[in-house]
Design a protein around this ligand. Structure first.
Ligand SMILES: [Zn+2]
Ligand SMILES: [Zn+2]
Length: 140
């Protein structure tokens, strides 16, 4: 019988686990739950990540909602206030889907609640734009 013990690494900020320390270091740096994260998407576009506390300050407090999930009025209130804050959040993040997602997660606002935001679609758009821009630098 052969036994191999391996180390398993867990992210300090979310529930992700993996077997590679280097991979985990890289994940933690960009993890959307990390208050001090460096945004991978922003680094692709302009290299600057807006500090997370500035983004969270734009969003409404979700504390009342989390204290009473069964209360529909509190759900509606958070829903309306978050949608009202979305244009500001988009402006502050320069429409970066990863930063928007990270801000919502760290403000404890359920991402599916925000109907005006679709992470997958918006990421696809960004990557398409980046690819087109790269093509234009090469001259077609
Ligand atoms: Zn993580
Ligand atoms: Zn970003």
């Amino acid at each position: 019988m052969r036994i191999k013990k391996v180390n398993r690494y867990w992210c300090d900020f979310c529930n992700l686990g993996m077997l590679s320390a280097g991979g985990m270091r890289n994940h933690e740096k960009h993890c959307t739950k990390n208050p001090d994260r460096a945004c991978k998407v922003c680094s692709l576009i302009c290299g600057y990540t807006v500090p997370m506390n500035e983004l969270i300050a734009i969003l409404p407090s979700s504390a009342a909602y989390h204290a009473d999930y069964a209360n529909n009025d509190l759900y509606r209130k958070l829903y309306v206030e978050t949608e009202e804050a979305m244009p500001k959040l988009r402006e502050a993040t320069d429409n970066c889907p990863a930063c928007i997602m990270a801000a919502l997660r760290q403000a404890n606002i359920p991402v599916p609640m925000v109907e005006s935001f679709n992470f997958t679609t918006e990421m696809k758009t960004i990557f398409k734009e980046v690819a087109e821009e790269a093509r234009s630098w090469r001259g077609g």
